[in-house]
Design a protein around this ligand. Sequence first.
Ligand code: C2E
Ligand code: CA
Ligand code: CA
Ligand code: CA
Length: 274
Amino acid sequence: AKDAGRNTQRFFDPVMQETVLARAALAAQLRLGLERGELDVYLQPVVDAQGRRVGAEALVRWRHPQRGLVPPAEFIPLAEQNGLIVAVGQQVLETACRQLVAWQADAATRGLTLSVNVSARQFHQGDFVRQVLDTLQRTGADANLLKLELTESLLLGDVDEVVRKMRTLRARGVRFSIDDFGTGYSSLAYLKQLPLDEIKIDRSFIEDVLGDANDASIVQTILLLARSLSLKVVAEGVENALQQDFLVRHGCPYFQGFLWGRPVPASQWAPQAA
Ligand code: C2E
Ligand code: CA
Ligand code: CA
Ligand code: CA
């Protein structure tokens, strides 16, 4: 009876109930927002060691009618829980493919690649491969310029299925990159199993790469690992010239971060930063 009492109390906890209601309301608004086209895709540049733009990452934003611009951290986890991520991800992919087509039409942007985040739940959908191929065909985007960013959490599922899906898309030209590399718990064995093109070193290792010897070692090790496996590497969250210099010195070929440009609406994408 004591336990039941405690449970009851917890159930009617006004704070928790407000959270549940707030989450439900936000989910309903997101469902509506999807239909109303309230999702925007921002673009953040990826540059090479000479600072030349080689591509961008597509990052979703929600233009909420009352709350203004909502960052993904405030609705992607929710969308992953309730399954809306599948529709969100599909809209982002569609927008990204249209962006690639627009870039191809202009000599100043032709050949730029675009990276799109794919959540594990979206990837594990039975028709994921068909959705991607349909979207490429419908929009006319060049598959070779599309990169899909996956996280290691994907490998908690059926790895054979993951490999199969990746191979099918890879055969059509689509590239794959592992996002937030170094933060997952999976073994490194998957690196030789998956048809990967690129790994992205998580921002948490770059942040203090000059002040923390452990972070510096980890970054150097990832760079060596990537080179020996013939994978491209992008360092994420590069904010200052000291981090950039360290990375260049250790052979990092590609960079993304506020030093090179914040995510901007597609309309504000400049052909090349000054
Ligand atoms: P992510 O994929 O690791 O994306 C990079 C995040 O780091 C972005 O945050 C970007 O704005 C931020 N960032 C880039 N450079 C710097 C820097 O120099 N310093 C700092 N402090 N931050 C930097 P954002 O746009 O808020 O996205 C957060 C996360 O939301 C993403 O992390 C990704 O996991 C998720 N996300 C964003 N768009 C999508 C999407 O379309 N689909 C899915 N499934 N997830 C998405
Ligand atoms: Ca990403
Ligand atoms: Ca990342
Ligand atoms: Ca992340």
